[in-house]
Design a protein around this ligand. Structure first.
Ligand code: ARG
Length: 458
């Protein structure tokens, strides 16, 4: 007999029952569901809705289930549809009919919303810690490489030399904003829908603020229909997670490029690479590729839920049961991607020489000479033109700007002096970019200090 079976005369066939059931995945909420029930029944006693004696028996039963849940001893069944009904049935089996009083002044609609808020609060905090772990790995690598000079790119063409640490720290700050977005989302995750009932509140004199405080929520939903029917707190989590994955994916794309034969800027640890079943020489950056690939499923989870929600009339609809798998999947995907990423960064070997050679053999110091002339009073636009012609001359002769003799420079513009060669080295080019937030070594050392302070202060 179903817990809601009173008005039914026929039973659903097994496969239909299975189609409607969520127990296969919402059993992940077992602890949250029991904690929510404990708060609810405590409140029912506190408000005199249930007698203390009943409350105590129910609490004892719930604690027994909690113990079993922690030991993973509970066996759920599809016949009982979801985590809420499974647990209620188990409670009644455990303590008898009095267990049926637990659901007084509550609906599965406010119950499931409460479970999801509790679950996401816990997981978002875990994710923030993992993002910090990745930031730490970046800082540790960056500390070794402030004065490691590499080509900086725009359009994937060599643009201006940069410090490798500066490049790594760019991701540190992206991740910092990811953390801040999650922290902001926690403000809306950490509010209580409990007590909203099915949609309209309840006739019992409940105390919603009391259950909210027992569950350590910072506040509660103002409107009962809103409380049971919106899932924007999950959508926010999925959006912020999509942005985070986008950051990881861009970074992975760079790691993949950098470990190619064409770049050879880094070498991934064997622990994060795999071989080919046919080509013995191969070392593939599989883990980085996989994170880039998994970004797709996180975006998919966001779009899945947005689409589920877009046409739903208020208040609860069974469609909302579809909010869970994408959320669980995202929590898992984000968590493991962050850990793998952290390991990859910690263990990768950086090939200083290759990076250094790359900036010797290009024209990424062309801006230096244009700046040199502009500093001597030539309008920058004209300086740009002069240097452009010098670059063309070099390309035709198969040489670089450092190889051009002073006479050639003077011929192009009389403002050139011997000291022009000092600005041409890639090291100098980086050192001199000392504007706030730039790649100049002094700026990068200061940025590292700031990053560490942020990381270790909270
Ligand atoms: N398993 C359901 C879900 O995940 C719980 C809420 C069911 N409420 C209802 N009125 N059928 O959404």
């Amino acid at each position: 007999m179903k817990l809601w079976g009173g008005r039914f005369t026929a039973e659903a066939e097994g496969w239909v029952e299975e189609f409607g059931a969520s127990i296969a995945f919402d059993q992940k909420l077992v602890i949250e569901d029991l904690e929510g029930s404990l708060a609810h029944v405590t409140m029912l006693g506190h408000c005199g809705i249930l007698e203390e004696q009943d409350v105590n028996v129910i609490k004892k039963g719930l604690y027994t289930l909690l113990e079993k849940a922690k030991k993973e001893e509970l066996v759920f069944t599809v016949a009982n549809e979801d985590i809420h009904l499974n647990l209620e049935k188990m409670l009644i089996d455990e303590i008898g009919e009095v267990g049926g009083k637990l659901h007084t002044a509550r609906s599965r609609n406010d119950q499931v919303a409460t479970d999801m808020h509790l679950y996401l609060r816990k997981e978002v905090k875990n994710i923030i810690e993992k993002v910090k772990g990745l930031q730490e790995a970046l800082v540790i690598q960056a500390e070794q490489h402030v004065e490691t000079v590499m080509p900086g790119y725009t359009h994937l063409q060599r643009a201006q030399p940069v410090s490798f640490a500066h490049h790594l720290l760019a991701y540190y700050w992206m991740l910092q904003r990811d953390i801040e977005r999650y922290e902001d989302a926690l403000k809306r995750i950490n509010i209580s829908p409990l007590g909203a009932g099915a949609l309209a509140g309840t006739t019992f004199p409940i105390d919603r603020a009391y259950t909210a405080s027992l569950l350590q929520f910072d506040g509660m939903y103002e409107n009962s229909m809103d409380a049971v029917s919106d899932r924007d707190f999950i959508l926010e989590f999925l959006s912020h997670s999509s942005i985070l994955m986008m950051h990881l994916s861009r970074f992975c794309e760079e790691l993949i490029l950098w470990s190619s034969q064409e770049f050879q800027f880094i070498e991934m640890s064997d622990a994060y690479a795999t071989g080919s079943s046919i080509m013995p020489q191969k070392k593939n950056p599989d883990m980085a590729e996989l994170i880039r690939g998994k970004t797709g499923r996180v975006y998919g989870n966001l779009f899945g839920l947005l689409t589920v929600m877009k046409g739903l009339p208020l208040a609860y609809n069974k469609d909302l049961q579809e909010d869970k798998e994408g959320m669980f999947d995202t929590v898992k995907t984000i968590g493991t991607s962050l850990l793998v990423m952290t390991g990859m960064i910690e263990t990768m070997k950086v090939n200083r020489d290759k990076m250094g050679k790359a900036v010797q053999q290009d024209f990424s110091n062309a801006t230096e000479i244009a700046d040199y002339l502009a500093a001597k009073g030539l309008p920058f636009r004209q300086a740009h033109e002069v240097v452009g012609r010098l670059v063309l001359q070099c390309i035709r002769q198969g040489i670089y700007l450092l190889d051009l003799p002073l006479t050639a420079y003077k011929k192009a513009c009389p403002l050139f002096e011997e000291d022009l060669y000092e600005v041409l080295s890639p090291q100098a080019a980086v050192r001199r970019r000392n504007s706030a937030g730039g790649t100049g070594f002094d700026q990068v050392y200061a940025a590292l200090d700031k990053a560490k302070q942020k990381l270790y202060s909270c």
